[in-house]
Design a protein around this ligand. Sequence first.
Ligand code: NAD
Length: 509
Amino acid sequence: MNIATKTVNVVQETAALLEKLGVAKELYTGGDMASFSPVTGEQIASLKTVSAAEAAAKIEKADAAFRAWRLVPAPKRGELIRLLGEELRAHKADLGRLVSIEAGKIPSEGLGEVQEMIDICDFAVGLSRQLYGLTIATERPGHRMMETWHPLGVIGVISAFNFPVAVWSWNAALALVCGNAVVWKPSEKTPLTALASQAIFERALARFGDAPEGLAQVLIGDRAIGEVLVDHPKVPLVSATGSTRMGRDVGPRLAKRFARAILELGGNNGGIVCPSADLDMALRAIAFGAMGTAGQRCTTLRRLFVHESVYDKLVPRLKKAYQSVSVGNPLESTALVGPLVDKPAFDNMQRALAEAKAHGGSVTGGDRVALGHANSYYVKPALVEMPKQAGPVLEETFAPILYVMKYSDFDAAVAEHNAVAAGLSSSIFTLDLQEAERFLSPDGSDCGIANVNIGTSGAEIGGAFGGEKETGGGRESGSDSWKAYMRRATNTINYSKALPLAQGVSFDI
Ligand code: NAD
């Protein structure tokens, strides 16, 4: 079903939103980098990019800002993020709408992304009074041992198109309360939402008053500008979100200069539906996980293993949901599935479906949905029943394709689930306590996120987010992820009049 209710001029609305959000016009007009909306395929801006030399100068400036900011008490740094949260609340509707225009998300997901920014700000404000170190028992009398956490420096953030603003906030809110400066290289596919986020940050900065200039900056540019950030000696940590291909380049470059990395890379997320599963619940979770955001979440459900005893009850219902889901312009309709980001994404999807067929797959959906715009790419989500896990099933295709496979043995299903290179998110649908616990146990799911009776996507900010294996091993957002943005010093203080050495060593001179 395709729904259309009103007509929106994407170009005009983008300009109006940018003005309202306070983005200076010269930043997005008359520049050398074109920006498009996947909603209609139209060009919506021409942005000014930075040269490598300008990017390096911004990093130097951020480093100078860091040197002052690290001396500001952490709870005061938290005040800046509290103000950022307030500004985001005030501009939620406009920024959410811009996310929908630039990334093609349906309205509730565009708004949801801004809500995630607000949530992490709240979390970071509390954290600004909780950057705790341990006090540790020492073996020497008259001594005290403790650990202290200090800021690191300039934190580089490289982000992907599909979460154009939330990923920056996950990193920036924590990095700033921890006493760092932040330099952000957003995706070249979504630079406008980055400029808008920066403008919102600058409002918070103006209200805060005396923060050092250059504390948070944006570098508009392509991959080469990302490389400047990765290679710069004054950037001790880069948090890079994107494809595994990108991480394979960025990771070794950072390691070569002993800089730290938070790598948040591709996922090939799986789910298992067991005999006891609540199938109504599973159906809804699978539908959102696999078709939501047009399959363009790192946590999108891509592989489903269904027990043979429930396969014929669940899969026909799923197919029906695939056939009836509404695909359409997210700005003009109540459609649940918006566009793919661009033509290469569409071509990759079609290639994967052809390969799946060659491996014996039976495809429902996957066709292009014409909405009257030559350069926008809407598709029917595809459900592919596969005889086994092979070919394209083993890789992430960043599009709404769900591969469904039948299983009979629980252990074999878990082994198959883990037999891919990525290790981001996973879920099991079962009412059997033993199966649920085994999935979460050391020989269960090998992913950074393992869920029971909810889908693979839609994480909350309170938990640490990230995955294993080719997903890169990074963790950001909640829990103790903040520690990645700080350096730990172990301090031993001798308040006695003697100098006992550890391990009973004697060295009397
Ligand atoms: P991408 O890898 O094409 O680009 C991501 C960012 O990296 C962009 O800003 C790009 O300019 C930059 N970049 C690319 N190569 C670089 C290099 N060699 N050096 C420095 N910067 C470089 O990814 P995309 O198409 O924008 O996003 C989709 C991918 O991101 C998917 O694979 C998805 O799973 C992944 N993703 C992962 C997470 C996560 O948290 N694990 C979250 C969102 C997206």
